[in-house]
Design a binder for this molecule. Structure first.
Ligand code: GRF
Length: 190
């Protein structure tokens, strides 16, 4: 089973997946990191982990079609079975989604369908709800939408600050994403 992680930023989920593979909790090969941001911390993490980095900058291509064609070429070269989105800050086209339907996972820091969008943890915190959580799902053509694979709830404590809630959500993500990938590999989903 060959994996590609797509990420644009910090890469803590990328590292959690690398660790789970190293510990043999996930039986797969992480063949490539696809990243669109040359300064992203996730690139350093990949270099340290010895994972090949595919840097694709949107501005180097005249259209999204060409940008995605370059990505697809790499996915085919490396015989990728599962695409794992981990903070990839670009929307994939409906054609791309269709091509890999059921083979693209995303992680989102809320209990979807609640709190879609880039500020999910802050939005949940500010809204005054008493719990939020993490969702892993297959993507479809809508943003932060598609069949749910795993979902876990977290209580927002009265002493939580936004920072403490973010820490708790991220550490939950680092457990949940490897579990979801494992389910996919075992053929129980997808
Ligand atoms: C995570 O909170 C994930 O849920 C969201 O983007 C963030 C990525 O964090 N989709 P990191 O780059 O893995 O640290």
């Amino acid at each position: 089973m060959n994996l590609a992680v797509f990420a644009s930023g910090r890469g803590s989920n990328f590292s959690a997946i690398v660790k789970a593979i190293k510990q043999n909790k996930i039986k797969a090969r992480l063949r490539i990191l696809v990243c669109d941001q040359p300064q992203a911390l996730v690139i350093k993490r990949a270099q340290i982990a010895g994972v090949r980095v595919v840097l694709v900058k949107r501005e180097d291509f005249s259209s999204r079609l060409d940008f995605e064609a370059a990505i697809i070429q790499r996915l085919e070269n490396y015989k990728i079975d599962l695409i794992v989105l981990a903070g990839f800050m670009r929307l994939l086209s409906p054609d791309f989604v269709k091509r890999y339907r059921g083979r693209i996972m995303n992680i989102h820091p809320s209990l979807l369908p609640a709190f879609k969008g880039a500020w999910a943890i802050r939005d949940a915190f500010d809204s005054g709800v008493d719990s939020t959580g993490v969702t892993v799902h297959f993507i479809d053509e809508e943003v932060d939408h598609g069949p749910i694979i795993l979902q876990r709830k977290i209580k927002i404590r009265s002493k939580d600050t936004l920072a403490s809630l973010e820490r708790r959500i991220h550490s939950l993500e680092h457990k949940l994403y490897p579990q979801a990938i494992k389910l996919f590999i075992s053929g129980k989903i997808g």
